[in-house]
Design a protein around this ligand. Structure first.
Ligand SMILES: [Ca+2]
Ligand SMILES: [Ca+2]
Ligand SMILES: [Ca+2]
Length: 189
C-alpha cells in the first residue's frame, strides 16, 4: 500500500520549469485544494466561495458576486488528473502572453470580492477574511499584507494587489511574496 502524498510532483515532466515557481505553485495548490484531491479544481472554488461568504458574513449581491467570479477558469482546473498535470497547465498559462487579459480580469474580480465594503481598497480586516477563509497560518498574515502594501499606508490598492498577484502567478525568480502562505517544500514522486 502506498502512502504517497497527492502533492508529490513528478519532476521528470517539469524539468524546464524553475524550481521556485514550482514551490510557490505547489504551496498555492495545497492552500486551495479543499477537497484534497491534489489539484485546484472547480469544486475547491465552490467550497472557497462558501468559506469566504461565511468568514466575511456576506449577504445578497456581495455573496452572489463571490459565487460568480469562479465560473470561468482555465481548462486544467477541470482536466488535470494530478498535481503534475495541473502545474504543467498553470505554468504554460502563466507564461502565455495571450492569457494576460484574462488574468487581469480574474485578479480584478478577486480584488472586488475582497474589498468587502466597496471603498476601493483592501484593509487589514478585509484581508483577514481572505486569510482565514483559506486557513492560512495567522502568524504570516501581517507580513504578507505589508508585502503587498508597498507604500505602507495600511491599505492595499488595486495596483498593489495586481502587482503582488501577478508576481506570484508569473514571476519565476525567488522573492518574499507569500501570497498563499509560507512556501512549502516539494515532495517528489
Ligand atoms: Ca481539489
Ligand atoms: Ca475596503
Ligand atoms: Ca498601500
Amino acid at each position: 500500500m502506498s502512502s504517497k502524498s497527492v502533492y508529490a510532483v513528478d519532476m521528470s515532466q517539469l524539468k524546464d520549469i524553475p524550481i521556485f515557481w514550482l514551490k510557490k505553485s505547489v504551496t498555492k495548490v495545497m492552500a486551495t485544494d479543499f477537497n484534497k484531491n491534489g489539484v485546484w479544481d472547480t469544486d475547491d472554488c465552490r467550497i472557497a466561495a462558501e468559506k469566504l461568504i461565511k468568514a466575511g458574513n456576506l449577504k445578497g449581491a456581495k455573496a452572489e458576486e463571490v459565487h460568480m467570479f469562479n465560473l470561468q477558469l482555465p481548462h486544467y482546473f477541470r482536466t488535470a488528473n494530478n498535481i503534475t498535470e495541473w502545474l504543467r497547465g498553470e505554468f504554460n498559462f502563466s507564461q502565455d502572453p495571450n492569457s494576460r487579459p484574462y488574468v487581469y480580469e480574474y485578479i480584478a474580480k478577486w480584488f472586488r470580492v475582497l474589498d468587502l465594503n466597496g471603498d476601493g481598497v483592501i484593509d487589514l480586516n478585509e484581508y483577514k477574511v481572505f486569510w482565514d477563509a483559506y486557513d492560512l497560518d495567522p502568524n504570516y498574515m501581517k507580513r504578507q499584507f505589508d508585502y503587498i502594501d508597498e507604500d505602507e499606508d495600511g491599505k492595499i490598492t488595486y495596483q498593489e494587489y495586481v502587482e503582488a498577484a501577478l508576481n506570484y502567478f508569473c514571476n519565476t525568480k525567488e522573492n518574499a511574496n507569500i501570497f498563499w502562505g509560507p512556501i512549502q517544500y516539494i515532495q517528489k514522486i
